[in-house]
Ligand binder design. Structure first.
Ligand code: ZN
Ligand code: ZN
Length: 269
């Protein structure tokens, strides 16, 4: 259970952000630099969400042994800045199937303020967990090396794993819902307009909205896609607009325009 009322925050102010990365994973700024930038940008609610520890090799994820240090830094910054901004401890947890995800006791026992869950890795036919979230060039390389260029199989796996993640639960916000679309479109332009792709995306949208999990609009990835956002709003999903900032300059990047975009779209549905 989250310690905060996410709905109340989203619906009462645009001055929130629940998704950011720092020195504890692949961020390019320290937690202190990010919090100071957030205060300067007028934020009232700021959530840190380092990439969670994972039981596989990954340079982007935080290690289990640095978690206590992360929580200590949260406490230090709260003592210093807590009267100006609400600081929340979260993680962007990777879902790797039944064995690893936001639902396991390890994450429950961390007593985080809320949890984001995202799919960044899918399993190749040889059993390797492959990060499919990087830049298009690296995705296209991995597609060849691990998946024999089977783009449809990779997309299917991504959505299947996302649906399972939502059904398994244990988290509050789904991160960048259909992000695979960015890399899949780089390999195969127009793929998102294909009927089979739309069916997979719609199935995930319907599963999420039934679950009551909050959906993020991620202004770094520019995701979910326009058609997925329309579908989400038709289903009355509550959307949090997050910058997924990895630098101090980007704490509020594209958030204001995307909040307007979503509000305008909602009023036409
Ligand atoms: Zn992510
Ligand atoms: Zn992120």
């Amino acid at each position: 259970m989250p310690t905060i009322d996410i709905y109340k925050i989203i619906s009462s102010t645009p001055k929130y952000n629940f998704h950011s990365h720092t020195q504890f994973c692949d961020g390019k700024a320290s937690m202190r630099q990010i919090v100071e930038a957030a205060i300067n940008a007028g934020f009232k609610h700021w959530g840190f969400s380092p990439h969670s520890p994972v039981p596989i090799e990954s340079s982007c994820n935080m290690s289990m042994k640095s978690v206590p240090e992360y929580m200590e830094e949260i406490n230090r910054l709260r003592q210093e800045y807590g009267s100006i901004i609400n600081i929340y401890a979260s993680m962007e947890v990777d879902y790797l199937g039944n064995e690893w995800g936001a639902h396991i006791d390890y994450f429950k026992n961390l007593n985080l303020d809320y949890i984001i869950s995202s799919v960044h890795f899918i399993q190749a036919p040889d059993g390797t967990w492959v990060d499919i979230d990087g830049k298009p060039e690296s995705f296209i390389n991995k597609l060849r090396t691990y998946f024999h260029n089977d783009i449809k199989g990779v997309v299917e796996k991504y959505f299947e794993q996302s649906v399972k993640m939502v059904q398994t639960g244990g988290f509050d916000i789904i991160g960048h819902l259909d992000k695979i679309g960015n890399n899949a479109s780089a390999f195969c332009p127009g793929i998102e307009n294909e009927d089979w792709y739309k069916a997979l995306s719609n199935h995930l949208v319907n599963t999420v909205t039934k679950s009551g999990i909050f959906v993020e609009y991620n202004t770094k990835a520019m995701r979910p896609s326009h058609s997925a956002v329309v579908e989400l709003l038709r289903n009355n999903a509550v959307i949090a607009v997050n910058s997924d900032a990895h630098t101090a300059e980007n704490v509020n990047l594209h958030r204001n325009e995307k909040i307007v975009y979503i509000n305008n779209l909602r009023s036409t549905i």
